[in-house]
Design a protein around this ligand. Sequence first.
Ligand SMILES: [Zn+2]
Length: 411
Amino acid sequence: VTGRLVELGQRSETVRRANLSAIVRALHVSGPLSRSELVARTGLTRSAIRDLVGDLVAMGLVTEGAAAALGTPGRPSRVVSLDTHAAVVLALEIAVDSLAAAIVGLGGEVFASTRVERPAGHDSPDAVVADLLRLVTEVRTGREDGPLIGIGVAVVGIVRRSDGVVSTAPNIGWRDAPLGERLTAALGAPVPVFVANEADLAALAEHRRGAAAAADDVIFISGEVGVGGGIIVGGAPLLGVAGYGGEVGHLPVNPEGRACRCGSIGCWETEIGEEALLVAAGYPPDGGREAVDALLREAIGGSVRARASLERLGHWLGIGLAGLVNVFNPRLIVLGGRFGRLHSFVRRTIEAELDARALAAPRALVSVVPTALGEDAPLLGAAELALEPLLADPGSVVGARSADPAQAGFR
Ligand SMILES: [Zn+2]
């Protein structure tokens, strides 16, 4: 009998945890909500919301404002808001040609952020960690935003999520780099460090508060030097066994094609990556953002060569996307990174290829849209990743935080 009682007790604690999580998630994604809106969002009763919000107030995570009449019948309902300073995370990004850092609070509020361009090169993980440390110092200096609960890192490579080892990052020349371990040691931070692929994190950010906020089946494709992908199925990221999943840039599409940095031949990236776009338009393959801008200006001016290169890119993008539409039946395809800026130039070609190549039923349900969060999507996703333990179990993180006041002061 005792055993059963314990089991029942654990179950009700599990339910409470899930309900607290549902409320914090709703506020995190939508901003302040009235108690009535929380009832509608969570399906919980009015009295359950009152009790749970009381718990969250006691934890210091939310505040309740005065009752506000919302133009609806019935009693005015009190407005519940997250305290964005109750917990903050550090978000870092390692892109091919830039590094970024941000301090982000609960609710996704960005308190401070900085980005430095750097030449696309093959710096060692230690050199990159040293540069990131300088950025972290810069972004934190003179700020007291709240207790730090985690660090999220977006990196342009495929990552083993369990320990933050970057298995391969062909576009920065890394292989089996223990990034999570190095960053933990270098930052001296007694909080967890979560490392993930930058396109996966951009997809997470677009899903939480960007172009894909209204969709639960999403394919995010980002084009820079490499091509990254993040796939969301039924609201959850497709990670695979270790976190390596979703690497659509390395779908083999052209057996007669060019060598890919990953070691294979004719990956999708070799047809739709920036190099292919630039070379076909007569630019140096490593021209980067400036060359892409020049190419777009040429295309607007009517250059046949620039337009043909964009047409070619749209053609290959459409071929790959048609296959992904058939496999995943997504609601939205979000074009991120530099693809976001190319969208208006290649939209018609992509749509025509989808019409021609994708199965009619899934094709009819999918829209292709540009990123809403732009270049910072991976950085914002890194923040979301670091906030996730708190969102999943608000009580545990708050408990850990108050038990260790020294946590706020990492070097
Ligand atoms: Zn490849």
